[in-house]
Design a protein around this ligand. Sequence first.
Ligand code: NAP
Length: 501
Amino acid sequence: MNNDNRTYCSIVIFGATGDLANRKLFPSIYSLYKKGKLNENFSVIGVARRELDNEAFRNNVRTSIQESKIELVDNVETFLSHFHYVSFDVTDKQHYQDLNMLLHDLEGQFNIPGNRMFYMAMAPEFFGTIASYLKSEGVTNDQGWNRLIIEKPFGHDLPSAQKLNNDIREAFQEDEIYRIDHYLGKAMVQNIEVIRFANAIFEPLWNNRYISNIQITSSESLGVEDRGGYYDQAGALRDMVQNHMLQMVSLLAMEPPISLTTEEIRSEKIKVLRAIKRMTVDEVDQYFVRGQYDEGNIYGKDVPAYRSENKVDPQSNTETFVAGKLSINNFRWAGVPIYIRTGKRMTEKSTKVVIQFKELPMNLYYKSEDNMHPNLLIIHIQPDEGISIVLNGKKLNIPGETTPVKLDYCNNCLDESNNPEAYEKLLYDAILGDSTNFTHWDEVALSWQFVDTIYKAWENNKVSDFPNYRSGTMGPKVADDLLAEDGFHWWPILDDSDYSI
Ligand code: NAP
């Protein structure tokens, strides 16, 4: 059992009957408890409008854990006794006093020194209101720490993000705000820094002298499912690029920090976001392309077009796919394109980074373009986690001929049960007060600034060819053209792929 009193805290979950709380948060809290990272000095208070008593709430929590992959053990009833529920509308400030009283009671009961974590697992329009009532009604406590965990989307453009930030900053200091980007909790995203800064064979090559291009793909095979209402307003650029994709770019491109502290790592990531070459609205089409899925077939099943999905406008111009070319204007990266692509209803669910190295200045085995294979470093982020290196080896029995050889390291092949989910890791970090893997306001603002220009261009210039890719494919042809213009192509995302040209 962990006796680390930094974990003594109350966790208030706003939106405790919702999808995120049930699918991610309850199983994560249980997993921390089961591993002994949370001891008995904690409480969880669920808040939502529907009427539930503690018993019904605990049953929901138990069901959500059962539905996750985590096995229930004997102490589950003790664990559930830490969960309490209060029903209220978060826009009604009267009820915050009741919440405060319950917090005080539970702090006494579980010997918690006033540390309070507020988790906003609700629609973003409520974030500002909740923060301001927590402050005005005295729920933020001066006895211990107060922390606010806030979910994406953080605004829908720079002005709305700025307003939301101002609202929550009325009640919480920047260092009390934990903006979740769950990609930053993924094992292999966290591993990017280790691969880069703990391996003598990579860091010397990590620059424009040896790397020809970097490709980041985050593809989903699912469509919008039941999130059509939200997604049709957001689109792939807001949903994926502004946060997850740009965060991965900053980790891949940052300079080595002088130490592994939150401030030093953030400061290097922010420099990358500042160095990304800005486009004018007129230049956007040279660097970014968009797509929307048509009907098609995935894993043998026919699926509808985006415009026929539930709660989606049948004339919708929303992009379900984005590909782009980024340039980082600094000494290390000038001249190295970083290509990103992300979309729904693509061939496979996969997030991967491919680093393509330059050819040797003179290769003795060169015969033609066809027999040369660049070296690749592939970082597999999800669902498989690991790294692969593609080298050239001798073709058996054929003198003077080479063939690509792939070396694989799989991070989650041996024991998946020990591999904590991103939410579990991030929740634990926030409880311990480590905000390294959360996004700072400066990162959010710089990302919106970059993405807003693309939206401005796209708003002025509606597409006429949507839908432009079939479900079950890797996106529209324009995304391939983007690389072909530079003499490159997308590397395949499937694990058993042949990495020949
Ligand atoms: P959801 O399933 O729609 O849940 C919303 C929750 O808010 C419900 O518990 C609802 O319960 C409660 N609620 C709504 N209005 C309320 C009010 N006025 N007062 C008190 N409670 C209220 O949403 P979700 O999918 O869990 O998403 C929550 C947040 O996480 C959103 O910001 C979303 O963008 C973000 N997010 C979700 C996921 C995911 O996988 N689900 C992933 C990434 C980010 P009642 O109806 O009982 O009030």
